[in-house]
Design a protein around this ligand. Sequence first.
Ligand SMILES: COc1ccc(/C(C)=N\OCC(=O)N2C[C@H](C)O[C@@H](C)C2)cc1OC1CCCC1
Ligand SMILES: [Zn+2]
Length: 352
Amino acid sequence: DTIPRFGTETPHEAKLAELMDNIDAWGLNIFDVHNYSQSHSLTSVMYTIFKKRNLIETFRISPQKLINYLVTLESHYLDVPYHCSIHAADVTQAIHVLLLIPSFENTFTDLEILAALFAAAIHDVDHPGVTNQYLINSDNELALMYNDTSVLENHSLAVAFKLLQNEDCDFIENLSDEQRKILRQISIDMVLATDMSKHGAIMQTIQSFHQSLKAKQCKDSNSNSSTNDSLVLTEQKERVQLLREMLHCADLSNPTKHLSIYTQWVDRIMDEFHYQGDRERSAGMPISPMCNRRTADIEMAQIGFIQAIVEPLWQMWAQLVYPHCQQMLDNIDSNRQWYEYQISNRSSRNNT
Ligand SMILES: COc1ccc(/C(C)=N\OCC(=O)N2C[C@H](C)O[C@@H](C)C2)cc1OC1CCCC1
Ligand SMILES: [Zn+2]
């Protein structure tokens, strides 16, 4: 039986094809992809990217086993408002676009690209819709299992690799042992780096790391423009450091998207945080920051999130790949202004 064009059967294949024409664009509407792929955005996005990057040929991947793995992985994302399979599809497509930046034309090996896409696809699988701190505070068995350390991130990695052990899902069967080892090593490193408690450490090293890279940046011999400088990194360690930052950027990319997409993610994360707050309140636990629906100031929280976390991170990133990623910085700025306008509007409304 032949495999559907986007990996999953859908009566809306023509519409999905139209959407997938934008797979390389930052403006892809992942919610439309989810709707027109019969809620298989992760499977269809990953399959389309693998086909487009010729990874199926390069690594002699069985298309059926890839689909089996992706559909199984997708089914292990829970039906929570934010950390569901649409978020995984969103982050996977984002890292695919970041990898297309000309600065990285000659930077990563095919195996590193495979590992980066895999890490993005698996990075939040089986996420229960609560924070690490909540699992620790509620003595959850996951916190016990992982000794309170990057609990959710360790759990997603374990679940994702467990699924690979299933014979008809092992789409990396034709990779050499060495390649499998490297893929596993890079995926673990990248997913563990999505733990928000590591954000400070990433910001500490990013400045000096990027300065050293800019110093080494070589003018591409056949480049017809001065901006087409490719970053050549001789050490795998350095390339993995860059991939770690890239996944963290993709994971915190909601404010870099068009307002209509960004506000849907805000609604979803606030649903998830407020539901956690409800559980903390009824359990008599202290309610976590941003999780109390009764005192929430959603606009202020997003402005704080943008100013404290998202904008500084994306400014560092945009600096490294200048002039690329200006669109992301522009969207962050206009989105922040929109939230500031909501607040100013709110106060004048109250005055009427
Ligand atoms: C679209 O908005 C968000 C998208 C994603 C997230 C996630 C999953 N993590 O982000 C960082 C985080 O979890 N933090 C830990 C603690 C809750 O304090 C925060 C400042 C940082 C959070 C988003 O917004 C948050 C932050 C402002 C209101 C809710
Ligand atoms: Zn995530």
